[in-house]
Design a protein around this ligand. Structure first.
Ligand SMILES: *Cc1c(COP(=O)(O)O)cnc(C)c1O
Length: 390
């Protein structure tokens, strides 16, 4: 019999036992969590839209007009006008033929991948891809081939060895969720072409953030012409500040997924309040050049200062900044002491990250003020010195 208590003690011993904290405020740059007001350095609400009044108003209006629940799955009678409106807006935003909304990013990855490939097919997956991608591949029953992080030549030798009639799919996060670095998309696009593979990119942390217009990593890297054989997914729950996810591509891809994706078919559609909020938030994010400029300014400033404190930081313009501590217990101690000082930076441990690479995952928001960042840097310096980390 599985002894739950023993399993938990086991996790505890390794410094890996997790527990839920309770937040009593909206998700903003300052939050009240476990009864304490702290600076939030842990959300994915990069543009600060999750508590925006204009978006809240849109959600409230939708509740008045359409009610709370959607009543059924999309293919039955849960496909409201709002769902189509959001999908049209997303397709226009990403300049693609068509788009389909899923109930969450997790759902989308599981539902898309398991519909695209099957037993006997092969999926090439960056080692640091998000857990939902791995779960989608497992569910598909296709063969999983992981390549070392961003290692294009290793990927190519795997592709060379995999000649034959199997369908091939390469999948990558475009911005890696725990490291904040950007995938080598230009190289991946050429490999996909050369070896006749489908390429899928997960833009969860790029949507709304990267590119002048927030369209994501392809815009950022100047690769928007390379949409052939490309499946793009992203979430509405991070920089967009709402909930749900999307996949976009050709109209045939979308119609195929409507017919084949079980995670799309067998679930109740997102409720009106969520969809209406997403529509408004997308509109704001799309026109939110100043927000992105503000965010980039915060990233540049914060990374520069961390570097001068002696932390190892990569230069890329993403709001995810890992402070690698390696040891899980020490990571949690760092996080706890920062919390006591009024800064919330969640420790991230295995299995979310590789063994021996536990870290604080610091994330920045466009709505962080200069004073907020100074405050955070002060506290990080103080605690890191006490723990002999710098
Ligand atoms: C967060 C995340 C997801 C899941 O998105 P949700 O909308 O939160 O379910 C998928 N992929 C990546 C890379 C993510 O970081």
């Amino acid at each position: 019999m599985l002894d739950f208590r023993k399993e938990l003690l086991d996790l505890q011993e390794k410094g890996l036992r997790r527990s839920l904290r309770v937040m009593e405020s909206p998700s903003d740059s300052w939050i009240v969590i476990d009864g304490k007001k702290v600076l939030n350095l842990s959300s994915n609400n990069y543009l600060g839209l999750a508590n925006d009044q204009r978006i809240k108003d849109a959600a409230i209006k939708a509740v008045e007009k359409y009610g709370c629940g959607s009543g059924a799955s999309r293919l039955v009678c849960g496909n409201m006008k709002l769902h189509n409106e959001l999908e049209n807006k997303l397709a226009q935003f990403k300049s693609v033929e068509a788009c389909l909304v899923f109930n969450s990013g997790y759902n989308a990855n599981v539902g898309i991948i398991s519909a695209l490939v099957d037993r006997g097919d092969i999926v090439f997956c960056d080692r640091l891809n998000h857990a939902s991608i791995i779960d989608g591949i497992i569910l598909s029953r296709a063969e999983l081939k992981r390549y070392p992080h961003k290692d294009i030549s290793s990927l190519e030798s795997l592709l060379k060895k995999s000649k034959g009639s199997a369908k091939k799919l390469i999948i990558t996060d475009s911005v890696f969720s725990m490291d904040g670095d950007i995938a080598p998309l230009a190289d991946l696009i050429s490999l996909a072409r050369k070896y006749n593979c489908l390429l899928m990119i997960d833009e969860a942390h790029a949507t709304g953030v990267l590119g002048e217009n927030g369209r994501g990593a392809l815009e950022h890297l100047g690769l928007e012409d390379a949409k052939e054989n490309l499946v793009q997914m992203g979430t509405l729950s991070k920089a967009i500040g709402g909930f749900g996810a999307y996949v976009c591509g050709t109209k045939y891809l979308i119609e195929y997924l409507i017919n084949k994706s079980r995670a799309f078919i067998y679930t109740t559609s997102l409720p009106p309040a969520v969809i209406a909020a997403d529509i408004k938030a997308l509109e704001i994010a799309q026109g939110g050049k100043e927000l992105r400029i503000k965010l980039r300014g915060n990233i540049g400033f914060f990374k520069g200062r961390l570097k001068s404190l002696g932390f190892d930081v990569i230069a890329e313009e993403t709001p995810i900044i890992p402070l690698i501590i390696k040891d899980s217990k020490l990571t949690m101690e760092f996080s706890k002491r920062l919390f006591d000082e009024g800064v919330f930076a969640q420790g991230i441990r295995p299995p979310t990250v590789a063994r021996g690479s536990a870290r604080l995952r610091v994330t920045l928001m466009a709505t962080h003020k200069k004073d907020d960042l100074e405050f955070a840097l002060d506290k990080i310096e103080k605690v890191a010195k006490k723990l002999c980390l710098i």
